[in-house]
Write a protein that binds this ligand. Structure first.
Ligand code: BGC
Length: 690
């Protein structure tokens, strides 16, 4: 390969429709991101079609000197044509199997359009709901993010990347992007080595262990060094510590952004810093394209460094089978997209993503004898709004609206009364037996570059709900949102809250089925819901401080003007069943512990409960969180039944990254809870011997 051909493999260009054929034929383009802009998640995109991809591929394979195929990439974030809930909603299912099934479906649909590389899963732990991209992640817990990351990677990639329907995944945004100061997207982060290793890195490590093919470096800097130019994070952590052999790509234009950061003088220096830090592909900045030749010629980038990066890219293309099979069957998409099977897999995940936060007097599920059901709010017949941020290929016409979903559940003697306008709704609600009010955010209030300063419902909605609440009919609120919402104290009279997130193509059906009790909701929050934005950042696995939180005493860590507890804690979610947790017991087992508790369904309704195991390392050489999730099980509990739920923790499971950034296990006292959420459960204690 000539130097220019090598550099071509490290260059990724956007906008598949604008690419100059001569550039491909010259061999100076290795991959393409199908996206019309840097904010693709916020904009309607042209659909990617296999025909166009084949045209580009033909130019590379048949028109260029070496015939190296292009690698075609796209942001396939939560589904492709069949759209699953936003990832934050998916994570509320705590269901790796269903997440894997939807990743498999998305991979097959994307593959049929010619895509071989998807920029997902997004593994940024986020503790600040102002950050719009909290929607795209799997919540605030590093362990849960890691488990779900593995499932997603398996779903996209399978065991053999060259199989039909398998694509390369990309763990992003490496790393710390979710810690943006003030929750403002792209902002500076300050993360201590201890927090980096114990909180922000583990989900990426899990993805590497699952064999993720690629990793994307994030836009942010950490403590003065942009990640895209961090030799420590790319070369040392990813390559040396974790033996990651896949491709590292920058986020869109991030190489050049190092100039704005004030870390590189100009594009040339940015290219030099990035490649020498270990970054293989430059997405959209053209810094490698313009400057690598000169940098290599002048000895500022070694040939070894360049060749290693090129080899990793070529290796990925070989693994994907692109050399043997570069083209896409143009008839495939119609056969595999939005099929009954894919809709069924998506519906299963969507059902499990719904979280019931309140259900006073068992207003839900809706009773059969309710004659007049009111359905109100601005989004009752929305389609594209249900698809959520980063939905590039889902079609609004495929979406089942909430109204359609509800109509499908009505008995012949039940009437549905609907209104979108607030005054009309308030007027009509008084004639109903129950009012279902659908509120929430537009997807453009979430996602990339869409951070906010309040976690209240969007303007007017709380007031609207206050009026409906005053009428005296039972009120059930469905919240469509991409982040935790602080439900105002003014709404404490509302009978039920169901969080539907941005639920995707099957959302209307799943939400209606939950309301009518076709299935029993089992989702649990994977982010803390604050009382108000003033509590942010708030997360369950915080440290104790020397003056631990106690709301009833003064002089301790507390707020003066509000309660300190969150509105709803991590792990929380109700069911139409009711469960009782027995005492947690712990006994030595192998080199670690067996922890168990009996969970009983004390209701007359069958249910599934997500049983959670938390620990606290009571004293250690570095302070540890007040609770850490260490395991969970989805347990099926028929009405009146009980089950002993058993967890095994090995000695190694009880460790953490210590002051020298390596995993250590320290003997001493540990506390254990088997609990329905991160603040309940009965504690048991045991000592880990030295
Ligand atoms: C986003 C990434 C995305 C990339 C390509 C960036 O703006 O941060 O998540 O994969 O664009 O569209």
């Amino acid at each position: 390969m000539t130097l220019a051909e090598k550099i071509g493999q490290l260059h990724q260009a956007p906008r598949e429709n604008d690419i100059d054929p001569e550039v491909i034929k010259s061999g100076s383009l290795g991959s393409v991101i199908c996206s019309t802009s840097a904010y693709a998640g916020n904009e309607t995109q042209l659909r990617v079609r296999a025909g166009r991809i084949n045209e580009l591929q033909r130019l590379a394979v048949e028109g260029s000197r070496l015939g190296i195929p292009l690698l075609i990439a796209r942001d396939v974030i939560h589904g492709h044509r069949t759209v699953a809930p936003i990832p934050l909603g998916q994570s509320a299912s705590w269901s790796p199997e269903h997440i894997q099934a939807c990743a498999e479906a998305a991979a097959m649909e994307a593959y049929a359009d010619g895509i071989r590389w998807v920029f997902t899963p997004m593994l940024d732990v986020a503790r600040d709901a102002r950050w719009g991209r909290i929607a795209e992640g799997m919540g605030e817990d590093p362990y849960l993010c890691g488990v779900l990351a593995k499932a997603a990677v398996k779903g996209y990639q399978g065991d053999n990347l060259s199989a039909v329907g398998k694509v390369a995944a990309c763990a992003k945004h490496f790393v710390g992007y979710g810690a943006a100061e003030g929750g403002r997207d792209y902002n500076t982060t300050e993360i201590t080595p201890n927090t980096l290793r114990n909180i922000y890195l583990p989900s990426f490590k899990a993805a590497v262990e699952a064999g993720v093919a690629t990793i994307m470096s994030s836009f942010n800097e950490i403590g003065g060094v942009p990640v895209t130019g961090s030799k420590y994070l790319l070369d040392k952590v990813l390559r040396d510590d974790w033996n990651f052999e896949g491709v590292i790509i920058s986020d869109w234009g991030a190489v050049l952004e190092m100039v704005e950061h004030g870390f590189a003088l100009d594009k040339r220096e940015a290219a030099r810093i990035a490649i020498n830090a270990g970054l293989d592909i430059d997405m959209a900045a053209e810094a490698y394209l313009e400057w690598l030749e000169d940098l290599v010629a002048k000895g500022e980038v070694s040939t070894d460094r360049l060749d290693a990066a090129v080899l990793r890219v070529l290796n990925l293309k070989f693994k994907l089978g692109l050399f043997e099979n570069p083209y896409t069957d143009e008839t495939h998409a119609d056969k595999v997209q939005f099929t009954a099977e894919k809709k069924a897999a998506t519906l299963e995940l969507t059902r499990r993503s719904l979280v019931l936060l309140r259900n006073e007097d068992e207003v839900l599920p809706l009773k059969k004898d309710l004659k007049k059901i009111g359905l109100f709010g601005p989004m009752i017949d929305s389609r594209s709004e249900l698809l959520g941020t980063w939905c590039l290929d889902g079609l609004p016409e495929d979406v089942i609206t909430i109204e359609e979903g509800i109509r499908a559940q009505l008995g012949s003697d039940q009437e549905l009364i609907t209104a979108k306008l607030t005054d009309e709704a308030v007027n009509l609600a008084r004639f109903c037996d129950v009012a279902i009010v659908v509120v929430g955010e537009h997807p453009h209030r979430s996602g990339e570059a869409n951070s906010i300063t309040t976690l209240d419902l969007p303007p007017g909605q709380t007031e609207f709900l206050k009026y409906v609440q005053r009428i005296g009919v039972p009120v059930v609120v469905v919240i469509l949102a991409a982040r935790p919402i602080s439900i105002s104290p003014d709404l404490h009279g509302i009978d039920a809250f169901l969080v539907g997130w941005h639920p995707g193509s099957m959302g209307g059906q799943a939400i209606a089925e939950a309301l009518f009790g076709v299935f029993n909701p089992s989702g649990k929050l994977t982010v803390t819901f604050p009382r108000s934005v003033g509590q942010v950042p708030i997360y369950y696995n915080h440290k104790a401080t020397g003056r631990p939180l106690d709301e009833n005493k003064i002089g301790l860590t507390r707020y003066v003007d509000d309660r300190d507890a969150p509105l709803y804690p991590f792990g929380f979610g109700l069911s139409y069943a009711a469960y009782e947790y027995g005492a947690t017991s712990v006994a030595s087992s192998g080199d670690g512990f067996e922890v168990k508790a009996t969970v009983k369904n004390v209701s007359s309704v069958d249910g599934e409960e997500i049983v959670q195991l938390y620990i606290r390392d009571r004293h250690a050489s570095m302070t540890r969180p007040v609770r850490e999730l260490k395991g969970f099980q989805r347990v099926s509990l028929p009405a009146g039944s009980a089950q002993e739920v058993v967890f095994h923790l090995s000695r190694a499971d009880l460790g953490f990254y210590g002051s020298d950034e390596t995993w250590i296990v320290e003997p001493g006292i540990f506390q254990f809870w088997i609990a329905p959420d991160s603040i309940s459960g009965q504690m048991a204690e045991a000592t880990l011997a030295g």
